[in-house]
Design a protein around this ligand. Sequence first.
Ligand code: ADP
Ligand code: MG
Length: 240
Amino acid sequence: MIRARGLNKWFGEHHVLRDVDLDVARGEVVVVVGPSGSGKSTLCRCLNRLETVQQGEITIDGVPAPLEGKELARLRADVGMVFQSFNLFQHKSVLENVTLAPIKVRGLGRAEAEQNARDLLARVGIAEQADKMPAQLSGGQQQRAAIARALAMRPKVMLFDEPTSALDPEMVGEVLDVMTGLAADGMTMVVVTHEMGFARKAADRVVFMAGGRLVEQAPPAEFFDSPKTDRARDFLAKVL
Ligand code: ADP
Ligand code: MG
């Protein structure tokens, strides 16, 4: 579903992605971990072209990721993204947040878009919040609304960049539960997170990044129980 080859990215002089190769199979859940500043967010943003790479190639579902135009809009629809800061439209209701893009970009009729949106809000457990404004929701509810909004585009892949890092601790579980459900339903997912319990339970593969490089990747049991590199061992000693 995702094939990235030889990604290199610089911000000015700062080389933030170094020769990154990443494959994500259909239905696979890849959890990306690593120290702050290692390039995890940048990698996610490059995968859906929110950032450009100076070198390297990305294909999504066999198609080279486009850089502009209508094709780029389609890519953004196919590759859903959920951020740490929920990024909901604050002046729109939850239901409008979830229907806006499907109507505009996918060309759905309002009635169909609203039915889909209500189904998705039920799926993430906030059906009764549909007509509220985002500010009236808890952080966990807002993040679940953001997930519903991304799912409304019927993406082929979902990218999550630290989706629970901005939440109060008691709300982390409800968001992780929604993500675990998505994974169980076969969604292809790339998840950047510091929630090692989630990584162990939900990941098919853990990818460890450090200094802009993809340093190690392995099934979770192998990565957590017998990391191969000193860098991964140091990282795990700090977070576990
Ligand atoms: P992570 O998500 O692993 O914490 P990031 O991908 O956010 O890491 O950042 C990787 C490196 O790139 C960091 O050194 C960060 O300061 C730098 N960086 C990220 N975004 C920008 C930007 N827009 N401009 C300049 N430097 C950036
Ligand atoms: Mg980040």
